[in-house]
Design a protein around this ligand. Structure first.
Ligand SMILES: [Mg+2]
Length: 286
């Protein structure tokens, strides 16, 4: 299949879907055209998904790779409390990957896109010696309401959604579920938020550094079945949300587990059972 045919096929798959009202022009022109609603802020994120680094050809179907590529960026939108608007999906792949693989990849992208009503508005195709996918997502939030990492204050409680260590315990084969609805429900409630991509110990440290605070993990961690405590503390790619909220508002938080408290102290220091917890999560440049 030639590039032109591939693009035509992707465009027709995307065109069969109802697009976001903000998307005026999607695939087919030089740029997508977006008309944001009044009094909204737009948030942007981009994530690579690279073969042999984030997935393996032997263990991940093309659909699973497409799902994961979009899920990573959607999780970042969730962490900002944003509603998904559109995505741009670029893929470079070896020439021997069949058109069936590309088709499966985009079906994986579009199935998840449909679930969260995000429009595929464009992208690029190229060749590389392994699959490299780059997904850019744009979301919208009411003006000034984006959830940042920097708002945690001493006394705030720390929460996580879902169970931790699930991805590590299953050798990263699970399909991550971006917590978009939870993110939106936390607007005006969470004082700081981020998504857990690299493990609780490392990501909580990042949140604390951004807020200039320290933290103590005191609650019982929600450990995924089959996962170890180590995997729950340090395992990456769970794509759950990590957030803080004033203790006075904690009763309004449903479906999340309280795992600790924010403290004044050395910024970025995390205590677990009273002892300093060294960040053991995934650091790309370690
Ligand atoms: Mg993130």
């Amino acid at each position: 299949m030639r590039e032109f045919d591939v693009i035509r096929r992707i465009a027709s798959l995307a065109a069969q879907r109802k697009s976001h009202p903000a998307l005026i022009t999607g695939i087919g022109d030089d740029c997508a055209v977006i008309q944001p609603a009044a009094r909204t802020d737009l948030v942007f994120t981009t994530d690579f998904l690279i073969e042999d680094r984030h997935f393996k050809h032997e263990t991940h179907t093309a659909r699973a790779v497409g799902h994961k590529a979009l899920a990573r960026s959607l999780s970042d939108l969730a962490a900002m409390g944003a509603e998904p608007v559109f995505c741009l999906v670029s893929v470079a792949l070896p020439p021997h990957r069949t058109s069936r693989w590309i088709d499966g990849f985009y079906r994986g992208v579009l199935a998840l896109a449909d679930q969260h009503r995000i429009s595929l508005a464009g992208g690029d195709l190229s060749q590389a010696d392994r699959v490299i996918a780059d997904v850019m997502c744009c979301g919208s939030v009411p003006r000034g309401k984006a959830l940042l990492r920097s708002g945690a204050k001493p006394g705030d409680r720390i929460f996580v959604t879902g169970k931790l260590g699930r991805a590590a315990a299953s050798n990263w084969r699970v399909k991550p579920v971006p917590r978009l609805e939870t993110g939106i429900s936390l607007r005006g409630l969470a004082t700081a938020a981020m998504d857990l991509s690299d493990g609780l110990s490392l990501d909580l440290r990042r949140l604390c550094l951004a807020s200039g605070v320290s933290a103590s993990l005191t609650g019982k961690l929600p450990i995924a079945s089959g996962a170890t405590l180590d995997q729950a503390l340090h395992g990456g790619e769970d794509y759950e949300l990590l957030f803080t909220a004033r203790s006075s508002t904690r009763k309004r938080i449903a479906g999340s587990t309280e795992v600790g408290v924010i403290q004044s102290g050395e910024p970025g220091l995390i205590l677990f059972e009273g002892k300093p917890l060294l960040p053991g999560g995934f650091d790309h440049f370690a």
